[in-house]
Design a protein around this ligand. Structure first.
Ligand code: PRT
Ligand code: MG
Length: 214
């Protein structure tokens, strides 16, 4: 059996055409079932539906052979035990620093102010501000980061931005670009060796599809 870990929503939707290129068609959509294990048209391939940030953990421990995870999630996880052979170039966005409209971020940095940063991406926030020599107090959040500056919880947030409409709707502006994000295929290192005959053709089909889009 080959088990593939995916999260609901954009990653599932954008992985579907890649799976199809490898001849894999899920028998149900995660949005229309409460099942967490979804079969496919291939008797020996199943999907498991997990939180986006849990995908690397399932693959690391071999509970899934492969998975699809954002670079944001992979950097926070650390990537132990994972082989990351392919950037799928899906679910693209950017990791940014944002503040409430009117907060003079550049001036605060120039003054050497200590900044309160709310984020779910603590590793990347630490690394970013350390590289700029900016001292921060980190406030770990699990979602709705955009709210934090509006209610005085933080001076700035580190969050993903794609269209920018969430920032705009909450009177926030992006002030720094940390990195571009896309999702990668992750494979359990021992599964790649033990199940290579089954996994390699999938990897080849994904690679061909990704390259054909360039
Ligand atoms: O939702 P949940 O808490 O379960 O987890 P999650 O938010 O990590 O999962 P999901 O499915 O929302 O995101 C999965 C992956 O998609 C992330 O790990 C990213 O690699 C990628 N991705 C791409 C995004 C976005 N674009 C994105 N826009 N993930 C989140 N967002 C959020 C962002 O955090 C912000 O709240 O969308 C909002 C901004 O969107 P715009 O279009 O208004 O700018
Ligand atoms: Mg989300």
């Amino acid at each position: 059996m080959i088990t593939i870990a995916l999260s609901k929503g954009r990653i599932f939707e954008e992985t579907l055409p890649l799976l199809a290129a490898a001849g894999i068609v899920p028998s149900e959509a995660p949005e229309s079932t409460r099942k967490l294990i979804i079969g496919t048209n291939q008797a020996d391939v199943q999907l498991i539906i997990v939180r986006a940030s849990d995908v690397p953990t399932y693959v690391q421990y071999g509970a899934a052979d492969l998975g699809v995870a954002g670079k944001d999630v992979l950097i926070e996880h650390g990537g132990q035990g994972l082989y990351q052979p392919l950037d799928l170039e899906i679910a693209k966005c950017s990791l940014m620093v944002a503040v409430q409209n009117g907060f003079d971020y550049a001036e605060a940095v120039k003054q050497g102010a200590r900044l309160r940063i709310a984020t779910k991406y603590t590793e990347q926030a630490k690394e970013h501000f350390a590289s700029k020599g900016v001292h921060i107090d980190l406030i770990k959040l699990y979602g709705s980061m955009e709210l934090a500056p509006l209610v005085g919880l933080a001076d700035a947030i580190v969050d993903l931005v794609s269209t920018g409409s969430t920032l705009k709707a909450n009177d926030l502006v992006a002030v720094e670009h940390i990195r571009d994000i896309s999702s990668r295929l992750v494979i359990n290192q021992s599964a790649l060796k033990l199940k290579q005959a089954r996994i390699q053709p999938m990897l080849d089909a994904f690679t061909t599809t990704v390259n054909s889009r360039k």
